[in-house]
Ligand binder design. Structure first.
Ligand code: ZN
Length: 79
């Protein structure tokens, strides 16, 4: 019996923050977004359980941004 294991990205959930940033890539000033996305372990390409969450903070216009910690994500979503 051969199992094929892998990981694949789950559905991303994006939230607008109250933080205004000027983007270094597109130059626009806007309220930046945060998102969280689960990375799922999969067997035969079927997601079975999330192994971790990936948090990002990024420009809503060109998607330029970076990964952030969960703590920072929660601060940005609440504040
Ligand atoms: Zn941008």
């Amino acid at each position: 019996m051969i199992f094929i294991f892998g990981v694949n990205d789950g559905k991303e959930k994006a939230t607008e923050t109250n933080n205004t940033e000027q983007c270094s890539r597109c130059g626009n000033t806007a309220n930046w977004m945060v998102s969280k996305k689960p990375v799922n372990a999969s067997v035969f390409f079927i997601p079975v359980f999330p192994v971790k969450m990936v948090y990002r903070y990024y420009c809503p216009i060109c998607s330029n941004g970076h990964k952030i910690s969960r703590e920072k994500y929660e601060r940005l979503v609440v504040g």
